[in-house]
Ligand binder design. Structure first.
Ligand SMILES: NC(=O)c1ccc[n+]([C@@H]2O[C@H](COP(=O)([O-])OP(=O)(O)OC[C@H]3O[C@@H](n4cnc5c(N)ncnc54)[C@H](OP(=O)(O)O)[C@@H]3O)[C@@H](O)[C@H]2O)c1
Length: 264
């Protein structure tokens, strides 16, 4: 299996890292493109993969082509490679707002399409990806794509109408969680804790809490109640967060993100 990444920045590198770690294919069977030769050299040295500035050559070379450029240049990039894409190849997209119908329209012919939304925790093998596909993708091809996506975390196949929600709840939400970790650590620093230690305490608390949700299957509200002893310290903090609109701020942030993604 040969895989090409058209555009090799943060997300592509996270995905390639997972593929190499799980040994899904050899580094020599992965090709990635950048517009700058300097980035090609760096990516070749860092990951041992093939690199080129020629998007058409990379797109024609692989069985699976991942479009990992910014959404703003999807249209231009598809126009550049569409002639060399055949109906045997699988095209995986990772941009928000680019629907299967829009993508098919840009290619102007039958192309096997898998539309995904990963996130940057993929860099440490803890990504969360939502995926949907068009009717040309066989169950075996979907299985291969899921193997790739699962190499850097979890993947759930969803109906396409939920892809914008995926972009908000997992694609972009790591940014909000990092802000929360930073704020939690700042509060500990204000109490005299050294900064490095404060990040460790805050981040591990978030990691452990997330694991509790995933591994126990308990309702987050029940897990919150387990921390809040009657008359205790935690419920005082819960009161402040409710007063300051913590939950509605998070809901509004994700809603704004989903709205932007829908219109990209
Ligand atoms: N970052 C996230 O959290 C995240 C999450 C989910 C989905 N995504 C999606 O993933 C895609 C990539 O995002 P990213 O965060 O990885 O962006 P990024 O770090 O900016 O990577 C994009 C890469 O594309 C290369 N590039 C630009 N123009 C090119 C061209 N004409 N031909 C070939 N390569 C070109 C750039 O390198 P050169 O300048 O050297 O060309 C850059 O390394 C986007 O569609 C984004 O929406 C990102």
């Amino acid at each position: 299996m040969k895989i090409s990444f058209i555009g090799c920045g943060n997300m592509a590198k996270a995905m390639i890292g997972g593929i190499l770690k799980k040994q899904l294919c050899d580094a020599k069977n992965i090709m990635a493109t950048n517009s700058s030769e300097k980035n090609c050299v760096r990516n070749r040295q860092e990951m041992g993969i093939e690199t080129t500035t020629d998007n058409r050559a990379a797109a024609g070379w692989a069985d699976i082509v991942v479009l990992s450029v910014k959404p703003q240049i999807y249209e231009k990039t598809i126009a550049e490679i569409k002639d060399v894409i055949t109906k045997k190849q699988l095209v995986i997209t990772i941009a928000p707002g680019k629907t299967l119908a829009w993508l098919a329209d840009q290619f102007g012919k039958d192309v096997k399409l898998i539309r995904c939304m990963p996130n940057t925790p993929a860099l440490v093998g803890e990504g969360m990806t939502g995926a949907c596909h068009n009717e040309l993708v066989t169950s075996q091809e979907l299985e291969t794509a899921l193997q790739i996506l699962n190499s850097f975390g979890r993947t759930v196949v969803v109906s396409e109408h939920l892809m914008d929600a995926v972009g908000g709840v997992s694609g972009s939400s790591p940014a909000y969680i990092f802000m929360m970790i930073e704020a939690m650590a700042d509060a500990a620093v204000a109490e005299g804790m050294p900064r490095g230690q404060a990040y460790e305490f805050a981040a591990q608390a978030v990691l452990g809490s997330a694991k509790l949700v995933l591994e126990t299957g308990k309702h987050p509200g029940e897990l919150k109640d387990m921390v809040c002893s009657p008359g205790g310290t935690t419920i005082q903090g819960v009161g402040v967060l409710e007063e300051r609109g913590f939950r509605s701020a998070m809901m509004e942030a994700i809603r704004a993100c989903v709205e932007k993604g829908r219109n990209m």
